[in-house]
Design a protein around this ligand. Sequence first.
Ligand code: FES
Length: 286
Amino acid sequence: MNTILYKQQLSQDVFLMRLHAPLIAEERQAGQFIILQTDDDYGERIPLTIADADTIEGSITIIFQVVGKTTKHLATFNVGDKLPALLGPLGKPTHIENFGRAVCVCGGIGVAPMHPIAQALKNAGNHVTVIIGARTEELIILQKEMSAIADELIICTDDGTAGIKALVTAPLKELCEQELKPDIVIAIGPPVMMKFCAETTRPYKVFTQVSLNTIMVDGTGMCGGCRVNVGKEVKFVCVDGPEFDGHLVDFDNMIARLNAYKEIERTHYKCFVEKAFNKNVKEVQL
Ligand code: FES
């Protein structure tokens, strides 16, 4: 178990892996995630959404971007290597029904967790519009797969190298202004993107669901590491989420909590790269 069956580099810093995890593959539903460790002692535990599963092969697919020490370490694993620890499926599955018109907004690596959700929405009979946003064309992933599912696919890039040169909020606003406005918007991506998607839909009163990716430790509701303020309540992303009403999430508080460990992350990343790749790192941008 936990053996890497397949590895593919999707773009400069984005990797896809299929892991042997038959029990998780059997149980998982759209929207759920796993927690893994790349070290077997006191290593960091990181949550990653299950992008796909194959019950015949007994595998789950994860897609991750190298953003720190643990994902940098994970990217060094190859086919045949085993992960020391893998826990899941965790979190509540996405609630799927025929809402009518569903808009899926994905930023960067957020396309990976959105893929099974868009597929499930389509299977339930929804008209599905997918908006994918990326800095530049080469960072767009799963475009072909999303185009096979979506009734309408809109690509936005910051530099205009693919699709329209715009932020994802621009086409989202246009869709909200149409007579047949969306019945549900689901946004997955960087916290700032999800915050502004929620702000875009708020005046139109379009229900907007966001999938939060906070710091996690145990993944079972005991450590409090993943807590977020949602409306007047404190919620734990690992057991109450990861999906919440975007109009109620206190994104500023969540972003501040995510940034609280940046200096420690930079130090660990620098030490890891210097040791593993025998390279002198002067400055780390995380
Ligand atoms: S990860 Fe510990 S409470 Fe959620």
